[in-house]
Design a protein around this ligand. Structure first.
Ligand SMILES: NC(=O)c1ccc[n+]([C@@H]2O[C@H](COP(=O)([O-])OP(=O)(O)OC[C@H]3O[C@@H](n4cnc5c(N)ncnc54)[C@H](O)[C@@H]3O)[C@@H](O)[C@H]2O)c1
Length: 354
């Protein structure tokens, strides 16, 4: 049995397990903290609050402002301070109720407080359900670099409750879509499941989320610390992260998954050039992207800044730019070395696309 999927529970099973676990915490008099942002406090907390009723006096909420700009050292300190002030001990429990910002930040707070306290994720965005809450990567952005400081830290449980998605804004759905597209490429599937999902969300929701979450955990189980195979999950992310960091520093709004969806275009271009992927796959994806996303544009004058950001990416080693590509058999290949000149060519091509 995959130890990671053993800690993943969906919907009713999740709520039943959560109640059981809370009873254990109560018995052992463990202090419980729930990290939320202002939106998940408003929309998501009421959906699980009644389950915590028995423990009301032993649960403290830590509410931070929403948004990627808060996945930072200041908010991390606020969490550490609140835990410290409330006397959280080594057996404290931090429950993270939110999107990827909350699960990344809360996961890292839990990993670092007293060298590690128990943490549980309740992802509330599509993106966090299929990606961010799974696999134990935690961290914060620093000095303009995404996920620059962080650690691997596995949550005790991940509880996926699809009912949270009822209040998810449209833009956030699109962001989750970016990660789902990534899985389509990694599993060699065509885009039809994602196309169907986009046109009728409710009908395909359970299957799409379950398949994606279990696929991710299967990859994580093979390579928990990302020494090799797990790197395939970074497909679309090297250039996607650069788009995201660049957008953040220049005041443009670009969600993580939207950045990944755009990054996939550039990384498919490299796959055609370096790994013999059929050009028609790239062309088909560009049409799909244009249909479902507002295209992310870059200008030729921004290419140097983007190359600099990519050169700083933590996936690079020894000066080589390393990426994930899809090969001619539609299989992912990691650690593909990309010459800076090819990267520039790719970004120049991208800048002329939209
Ligand atoms: N650790 C990983 O493996 C991993 C993987 C992918 C992404 N990430 C990280 O995830 C982050 C992005 O996560 P995200 O897209 O979930 O963003 P997010 O956490 O910022 O959430 C998006 C917005 O939706 C709101 N929200 C969340 N749930 C809601 C709900 N149910 N109803 C209404 N509003 C809701 C939030 O308040 C926020 O404003 C990035 O920082 C990225 O780096 C991490």
């Amino acid at each position: 049995m995959n130890p990671y999927s053993a800690s993943l529970f969906f919907d009713q099973d999740a709520l039943a397990d959560f109640q059981q676990l809370l009873r254990v915490f109560k018995q052992k008099r463990q202090k419980i903290f729930v990290l939320l942002d202002d939106n998940t406090r408003l929309y998501c907390w009421p959906l699980i609050q009644s389950y915590c009723a028995e423990m009301q006096d032993d649960i403290a909420l830590i509410v931070i402002p929403h948004g990627e700009e808060n996945k930072n050292i200041d908010q991390l300190q606020i969490i550490w301070k609140q835990l410290t002030k409330a006397g959280a001990a080594k057996d404290g429990v931090l429950i993270n109720l939110g999107g990827g910002v909350i699960t990344d930040l809360g996961g890292f707070a839990a990993a670092s407080y007293k060298r590690g306290i128990t943490t549980i994720h309740f992802p509330t965005t599509l993106l966090a359900m299929v990606d961010a809450s799974l696999g134990g990567k935690t961290g914060i952005d620093f000095e303009g670099y995404k996920n620059h400081i962080g650690s691997f830290y596995q949550p005790l449980r991940v509880y996926i409750l699809t009912k949270f998605l009822k209040t998810l804004p449209e833009k956030q759905w699109k962001s989750g879509l970016g990660e789902l597209i990534k899985y389509s490429f990694l599993t060699g599937k065509d885009l039809s499941l994602i196309e169907n999902f986009s046109s009728d969300r409710n009908q395909h929701l359970q299957k799409v989320i379950t398949d994606a979450a279990l696929f991710k955990l299967k990859v994580v189980a093979e390579d928990p610390m990302e020494n090799g195979y797990r790197k395939i999950l970074n497909f679309g992310h090297t250039i996607g992260h650069a788009f995201e960091s660049f957008a953040m520093s220049s005041g443009k709004t670009l969600m993580h998954g939207e950045a990944v969806a755009a990054g996939i275009i550039a990384e498919l271009f490299l796959s055609v050039d370096l790994k013999g992927l059929k050009k028609s796959v790239l062309e088909e994806y560009i049409s799909f992207y244009q249909k479902h996303f507002e295209p992310f544009q870059i200008s030729p004058s921004e290419i140097s800044a983007l190359v600099d950001i990519i050169a700083h990416d933590k996936k690079n080693r020894g000066g080589d730019l390393l990426m994930v590509c899809i090969d001619r058999h539609h299989m992912p290949v990691f650690d593909v070395s990309v010459e800076p000149e090819l990267l520039r060519k790719c970004l120049r091509w991208y800048s002329e696309l939209f």
